[in-house]
Design a protein around this ligand. Structure first.
Ligand code: HEM
Length: 493
């Protein structure tokens, strides 16, 4: 029987099949339209890829512009995911407090390159347990304690002694010192600045930080990762190589810890994790996750602080009057001989205001690491269906003229009150995010930012013979695009 004959004399089964298919199609279309109507408005994209091909390098600025057209919360399809972008402070405040928005994309951020999730990319109970354990172990080995501050102070002393007069690549000089602070907590030791293994790891981390974005193709189009690696596209091979290098570097550290004679002594994060792993038999605690967690803390703890400090030094060069102002606070509060300590900040409101302003204007993490709705929920009046992705646009909030008059102007005084004698940090300055999934390194980062800035200015006048460019590249963080060419002049008060 020909196919046409079959359709011209439909059987009861065929009737049933056609009726069910029609009902299914109508239901699918109805649900799609209903879903589309229930989402806040936003720009359309193209099938399969959504709006992803139209995203610009500085997507946070593009999102800010789109929010002017579509509203403070808008939606768009990025790859296969409905994505919500939150640009307004009122809605962001709401989102921070929402427990249904604590998850990350189900496959993490580098699916197809590395499939073991770490504390930064886990969701649900696995994330809760790993975050609790990580912070517990890090605190036990010094995080947030006085000994940690002493260690950082000693590290800064070494760094300042190594500074030459001319510094062309400040981040490259600063990174080995900053990363020693987190290394002490993770590995129980620091590295010589010229240690070849550490130098090559530092270079690889710097490269990775330039080209990798959490909001990149591996998050939005995870199924494309492997074909693109095969084709050698989108820098994915470099990212893959960097991950392999980091995995090997950390695996060697873990092996050294496993071979320690006294395995009961907990001196650092790796010891603490191995100890818990040996007591608990659940699958979620294993060597792979340990390795990924250490990489996460190592990279997050080095790159972010280095980028912020580089911007801070550049603003000090651009505005020499602020160098002088901080130096006069140093003179008053610390003097010329004593090493600074973190408690000195209470007598140094302008220094804190300066660091807040650097963090606001540069917003080095411009959009939050992607969150996912773990159930149907709401942000303000907007319905957010389960498994939608959510981006918090810190850049928008930090540059909102309603919150910050003249937001593109670098002006630390905006944080000062009472004739400049008090510093106030408004709740809408959120460089570390906020809520239950806020950055766990905020305390450490604040100590480092203060002590490095003050330590440097206590010993050096910084200037440049060439005009500085404040153009940024947006990778793992926003960092300066061009290496600042700086001159460090030793001073005596
Ligand atoms: C200026 C420095 C830093 C900035 C601006 C910064 C910013 C951020 C931001 C915005 C997040 C995302 C939080 C969220 O999803 O809501 C984050 C997460 C994270 N940061 Fe930081 N960070 C800094 C320093 C550090 C340091 C020093 C460490 C290491 C101790 C660290 C470790 C982490 C980790 C592990 C996460 C993931 C937390 C989680 O998903 O539960 N960060 N950071």
């Amino acid at each position: 029987m020909l196919l046409l004959d079959y359709f011209s004399e439909p059987s009861p089964i065929m009737y049933l099949f056609l009726s069910l298919s029609t009902i299914w199609i109508i239901k699918y279309l109805y649900q799609s339209v209903k879903r589309l109507y229930s989402l806040p408005p936003g720009p359309f994209g193209i099938p399969i890829f959504g709006y992803y091909p139209f995203l610009k390098h500085h997507s946070y600025i593009q999102f800010d512009q789109l929010s002017k057209k579509y509203g403070p919360v808008f939606s768009l399809k990025l790859g296969q995911f409905d994505t919500f972008v939150v640009c307004g402070w009122d809605n962001l405040k709401d989102a921070f407090a929402n427990d249904a928005l604590l998850a990350r994309p189900a496959k993490g951020f580098i699916s197809g390159i590395e499939n073991t999730l770490s504390v930064i990319s886990m969701s649900g109970d696995a994330w809760r347990e790993h975050r609790r354990l990580s912070l517990h172990v890090l605190r036990n080995v010094g995080l947030g304690k006085r000994e940690m501050e002493t260690l950082i102070s000693e590290e800064i002393h070494q760094f300042l002694s190594s500074l030459e007069t001319n510094v062309i690549d400040l981040p490259e000089r600063q990174m080995p010192s900053v990363s020693n602070n987190i290394s002490a907590l993770l590995f129980g030791h620091i590295f010589d600045y010229n240690d070849p293994e550490k130098v090559s790891t530092g270079q690889i981390v710097a490269r990775l930080c330039n080209i990798f974005q959490f909001t990149g193709i591996t998050s939005y189009l995870p199924w494309l990762t492997k074909p693109l690696i095969f084709l050698g596209k989108a820098n994915l091979k470099i990212i893959q190589k960097a991950q392999m290098h980091l995995n090997e570097f950390i695996s060697r550290e873990v092996s050294k810890h496993k071979n320690k004679v006294d395995s009961t002594e907990i001196e650092d994060y790796i010891d603490g994790y191995l100890n818990v792993q040996s007591k608990r038999k659940d699958e979620i605690f294993n060597d792979n996750v340990l390795r990924r967690n250490v990489i996460t803390f190592f990279v997050a703890g080095s790159e972010t602080v280095t980028s912020t400090l580089t911007w801070a030094i550049m603003y000090l060069v651009q505005y020499p009057q602020y160098q002088e102002k901080i130096r006069s606070e140093i003179k008053e509060a610390i003097g010329t001989e004593k090493r600074p300590d973190f408690s000195d900040r209470q007598k140094m409101p302008f220094t804190l205001a300066f660091l807040y302003e650097v963090q606001r204007i540069e917003s080095i993490v411009a959009t939050n690491l992607i969150r996912r709705a773990s159930q149907d929920t709401k942000i303000g009046p907007y319905n957010v269906p389960k498994d939608s992705l959510v981006l918090f646009n810190f850049w928008s909030v930090h540059h909102d003229p309603k919150l910050w008059p003249n937001p593109d102007k670098f002006d630390p005084n905006r944080f000062l009150t009472d004739n400049g004698t008090k510093v106030v940090k408004p709740p809408y300055l959120v460089p570390f995010s906020a809520g239950k999934r806020a950055c766990p390194g905020e305390g450490l980062a604040n100590v480092e930012l203060f002590l490095y800035t003050v330590g440097i200015l206590q010993r050096f006048k910084i200037k440049s013979d060439k005009p500085l460019s404040f153009e940024a590249i947006n990778g793992l963080t926003r960092r300066p695009k061009y290496k600042p060419d700086l001159i460090f002049e030793k001073i005596s008060f």
